[in-house]
Structure formats: structure tokens, C-alpha cells
Ligand binder design. Structure first.
Ligand code: BG6
Ligand code: MG
Length: 216
């Protein structure tokens, strides 16, 4: 095995296909506010916290609001999101994700979740994946949004592994930057044009094999 001894996974867009639900919830909110919101613009929102996402959305719509008004809109977006994921279950786990989690664990690697989402625990429960993780760090536990490395450094610390021995799996540019800032290796999940700073880019965890960790 390589010197990698822990894997830290982002959730939305890596383990489960919830990135699309975040996008349509933000788009619905933008439409309520009188403007449209493209998938390309949505790339800026991937990986970052709910409030930081709202700030970007409002900037795109050229709308200025008070903190109190922003709280209401953030809650509205989350209500839309929760209505979209109401029926979510294990069938929405992305191809190869569960197999890779199980393979990594049985190889003795430590496993953490490093997600900005405050809904992460609810989703993991619905996907029946809670037991796959040794440590779960989510949006309820961190203060600084990606690209700050806090979420991944907390994961490494709670696993008792040096950042240098961790690999992060991420679908967002902000998450790739966070992993690099944290001194970790990173595997991009998705588009190599967007995730080009990663050590390796694959289209999904179905393309991953433990042997690929040795080459990082
Ligand atoms: C990240 C998503 O995982 O979590 C973002 O990529 C999302 O799109 C963020 O905004 C926060 O999620 P939540 O569920 O706390 O609103
Ligand atoms: Mg993500």
C-alpha cells in the first residue's frame, strides 16, 4: 500500500447524487426572486456553505438584503431542498461509492466524511451509510466554508492521521482547493477541466481502485 492511510469523502456529488437537488433548489429560489440561474453559475456554489452560497446567488441577481431577510431565504432554499430529497434512499448512492467505501475499510484505511452540508447526517442515515464512516464532519461542526481546509483537517485530526497521509475525494473546485490547502492529496470526481488541480480526476468512484491510491 501507499503511504495513504485515510480517505476523506465529500458527500454531495461524490457519494450521492444530491448536487442536482441543491442546484434546482437554488434555481427555484432565484426564479422566486425574479432571475434565472444557470448550471455553469452553480459551479461556484458547489462545496460551499448554505449562507456563502446565498451570498453568491444574490450577487448574481444583483440583490442586496438584510441578514434577517437572508436567513428567511436560506431557510426557504433548504425547505425546497428537503422536499426534493424527501424520498431519497440507498438507490441514489452514486455507482461504485458503497463498494469503494467497503473496499477501503477492509484494506484498513480510515474513513471520514468531510461535507459542508448541515443535512449530511440525515442523508447518510437515509442511504444507510452511517456505519461506513469512522468519523463524520459536516456543516454543523465547522465554522469556515471550503476552500478553507477546516472540514478536512478536523476529519484528519479526529481520525488521528496526518494530513499528508490523507486523500480527499471531491467534486467541487472549492473542495479541491481546501484539500490542497490542508496538505492532502485529492482525487477529483467529475470534470477534469474544472478539477484540474487534483492529483487525479475520475468520473466517479466506480472508476476508482485502491491500487490507484499508490500512484498519488
Ligand atoms: C455542500 C454542497 O456539500 O453542502 C453545497 O456542495 C451546499 O451545494 C452545502 O450548499 C451546504 O448544504 P446544506 O445541506 O447545509 O444546505
Ligand atoms: Mg460536493
Amino acid at each position: 500500500m501507499s503511504r495513504i492511510s485515510a480517505c476523506i469523502f465529500d458527500l454531495d456529488g461524490v457519494i450521492v447524487d444530491t448536487a442536482k437537488y441543491h442546484y434546482i433548489a437554488w434555481k427555484k429560489l432565484a426564479n422566486d426572486l425574479g432571475f434565472d440561474f444557470s448550471e455553469q453559475e452553480n459551479e461556484q456554489l458547489k462545496g460551499i456553505s448554505r449562507m456563502a452560497s446565498l451570498d453568491i446567488l444574490l450577487k448574481i441577481g444583483k440583490i442586496k438584503l438584510s441578514d434577517q431577510e437572508k436567513e428567511i431565504l436560506a431557510t426557504q432554499k433548504n425547505d425546497y431542498y428537503l422536499s426534493f430529497i424527501k424520498e431519497i434512499g440507498p438507490e441514489e448512492i452514486l455507482p461504485g461509492a458503497k463498494d469503494f467505501l467497503i473496499a477501503a475499510k477492509s484494506e484498513g484505511l480510515k474513513i471520514a466524511l468531510g461535507s459542508a452540508s448541515k443535512n449530511a447526517m440525515l442523508i447518510l442515515q437515509r442511504l444507510e451509510l452511517v456505519d461506513c464512516f469512522d468519523v463524520i464532519i459536516d456543516g454543523t461542526k465547522v465554522f469556515k466554508a471550503k476552500p478553507d481546509p477546516e472540514v478536512f483537517l478536523r476529519g484528519a485530526q479526529e481520525l488521528g492521521v496526518n494530513p499528508d497521509n490523507c486523500v480527499v475525494f471531491e467534486d467541487a473546485e472549492s473542495g479541491v482547493e481546501a484539500a490542497i490547502k490542508g496538505g492532502m492529496k485529492v482525487i477529483g470526481i467529475g470534470d477534469s477541466k474544472i478539477l484540474h488541480k487534483s492529483n487525479l480526476v475520475v468520473s466517479g468512484l466506480h472508476e476508482m481502485a485502491l491500487s490507484k491510491l499508490q500512484a498519488l
